[in-house]
Write a protein that binds this ligand. Sequence first.
Ligand SMILES: [Cu+2]
Length: 416
Amino acid sequence: MRVSSAVSLFFVAGAVCNATPTSYKDLEIEIPNSASRDLFEAGEQLAKLAAFAQESTNQILAAAAATDGNQNKGICNINNVAVRKEWGDLSHKERKAYTDAVICLQSKKARTPPSLVPGARSRFDDWVAAHINQTQTIHYTGIFLAWHRYFTWEYEQALRNECNYTGYQPYWDWTKTAATGLETSPIFDGSEFSMSGNGEHIANQSAYVVLGDSNGVDEIIAPSGTGGGCVTSGPFKDMTVNLGPVQLLLPGNQTIANGDGLSYNPRCLKRDLTWEINRRYANATTVVDTLIKSDINDFQLTLQGMPDTGELGAHGGGHFTFGGDAGRDLYISPGEPLFFLHHAMVDRTWWMFQSFDPATRTGAGGIAGTATWLNEPASANTTLDTELDLGYAAGEVRKMSELMSTIAGPFCYIYL
Ligand SMILES: [Cu+2]
C-alpha cells in the first residue's frame, strides 16, 4: 500500500514534490519552540510534525525500494509497508473486520499454561497475562516504549495470522476526541462500527486518586466520567474480562484486587468515559509539548507523566479517559480492547519523535532508563542489547536493537 503524501503543502523547497526520492537530508523540519496553548493552533503544529514523519519515512522506504531492486525480497520498502490508520479513517467494513478479529481471538484457547496463569482462558487473555506478569518492569523503565511496540505488533500479527484479519492495527488519535468529545466519536459511539460505547451510567460517582507508585510519587486526583458500569452497546457488549483485578482504582479512593489477579474471575467489561481527562491530559497541546522534547528521557517521561508534576501525560491520560474495568487497572489494562488502539497512538507518537532525528533516535541515543521502575532500586541501564520477551502471548526474545525502528527488524509499518 502506498502512503499518500499530502505533505508537499508543508514542505516547499522542492524537496518532496517530485516522484524521484530525494535524500532524507533534503527535508527540513522546524520544531516549534513551544506548543501553542490554543488547541486549534496546536493541532496545526501537530499536523505539520505528523506530515514530516510520514514524508521522511516515505523517503527512507523509497530509497530502500530503489536499492533493493527486487521488491519481493521482503525488505521493508515503500511497496510493502503496512499503514496503520486512525479508527475514524477506516471504512465501516474495515472497522467491523477489526472488531470481528478481536472477538475471534477472544474465542480461541489460551496458550499460557494454567499452572502459570489459571484464569487465562482465551488467546486474548494471553496478552493480559503477559502484561500482568511484567507490569513492574515495563513501565517507567528503559524498555517501556519498545516493549509496548512489540506487544501491540504481535497482537496485530495474531489478529492477522490466527483470525484472518487482513487490515492493520488502527489507532485512536486522542487529540481528535479531545476536540470533539467522546460519545459521538466513531470509536466510542456504541454503534456496530465502533469499539463499543460507554459503560452504563452510574450517578454521583466521586473522584478518585490515580495512585502514585510505591516510590512516593505525588498522587493526582482524577474526576469520574459519565459511565461507570458495564458496556451495553457495540461489538464488545457481551465481552467477558477474565483476569484481575490487581490494582483497580475505584471512585472514592478504593483499590480492589482479586489476589494476584491470575485466577479466573469472569465479569463484564466496564467503562467510564471521561472527556475531562482527555481534554486536560491528551490534547494537541500536550502531544506537541511531548514531541518537541530534545531527548528521549524527557520525551518518555512527559508521555508517561513526569512524577511529581501533577501531569498524567498523554499515555496516562488516554488510559484514564476510557477508565472502567479493565481500563483503570495498570496491570490488566490490555483486558480492555481499546488498549491496543491507545498504545498504537503511543507508538505513533514515538515514531514521530524518532523521525525528527532517526540516526540518533533509533539507535543507542534513543534509549533512556534502566531495568527498574524509575530506577528504584538502582539497576543497569537499558541498552541496545537488552532482551525483551512477551511471555506466552507471542513472539521470540528480541533485543532492543531490533525494536527501535518501525521499518526494520521484525517491523514494517508506518502511521498515516
Ligand atoms: Cu503497559
